[in-house]
Ligand binder design. Structure first.
Ligand SMILES: CC(C)(COP(=O)(O)OP(=O)(O)OC[C@H]1O[C@@H](n2cnc3c(N)ncnc32)[C@H](O)[C@@H]1OP(=O)(O)O)[C@@H](O)C(=O)NCCC(=O)NCCS
Length: 166
């Protein structure tokens, strides 16, 4: 388990955020539950939140605050490219550093597994979130379902970004 101390700018009452792989069937169900809550019920983006072929060759993680699963994300490795997807934080837990902790874990995993570049399709409302982690937009925005997206990339190999991970 990786413990990520909340940002020093947060109040001292901020909870410790732990990110760990979703290994058991029960933990995988929690991943799908959070995806369903955010991408289906909240955003109406898709009802298809599980059983992608990629799931078997991907790492899914859960972020925990206390005993509560509060966020999730997935990374897949294709050659030297890591693809990140399904980043979601349950609404009551946003703004606490959970999304950043999930991203930092996935980026570090990508680096340790030999990736030279990390790509993702960002919802454009979240561009600033990904830019703070070092991602840069590539090309023009496009629509997936009714939500505007933007391809973004992070080149690994420099220690410039990723919120201080390296
Ligand atoms: C986008 C999302 C994952 C961010 O998670 P979060 O836990 O609220 O974000 P964090 O608290 O870790 O924020 C980290 C930093 O990014 C900033 N940030 C967070 N969301 C942002 C947004 N939508 N736009 C710009 N900046 C944002 C925060 O202010 C913080 O900045 P700081 O380091 O200067 O304090 C979350 O809002 C979410 O799940 N949204 C719904 C699902 C979604 O849109 N997922 C993305 C699909 S591409």
């Amino acid at each position: 388990m990786t413990s990520v101390e909340p940002d020093a700018r947060l109040s001292s009452a901020s909870p410790v955020i732990c990110v760990e792989p979703a290994r058991t069937p029960e933990e995988r169900e929690l991943v799908y539950q959070i995806r369903r809550e955010v991408f289906d019920q909240e955003q109406h983006l898709t009802t298809w939140v599980r059983d992608f072929p990629e799931e078997e060759q991907s790492l899914n993680v859960l972020a925990w605050i206390g005993g509560q699963a509060v966020g999730t994300g997935r990374v897949s490795l294709w050659g030297d490219e890591a693809q990140i997807a399904w980043i979601a934080v349950r609404k009551p837990y946003r703004g606490l550093g959970v999304g950043r902790a999930v991203m930092q874990y996935l980026i570090q995993w990508a680096r340790e597994h030999g990736a030279h570049i990390v790509t993702l399709n960002a919802q454009t409302h979240a561009l600033g979130f990904y830019e703070k982690l070092g991602f840069r937009p590539i090309g023009r925005p496009f629509y997936l379902a009714h939500i505007e997206h933007q391809l973004m990339e992070l080149k690994l190999g420099s220690q410039q970004a990723e919120g201080g991970l390296g």
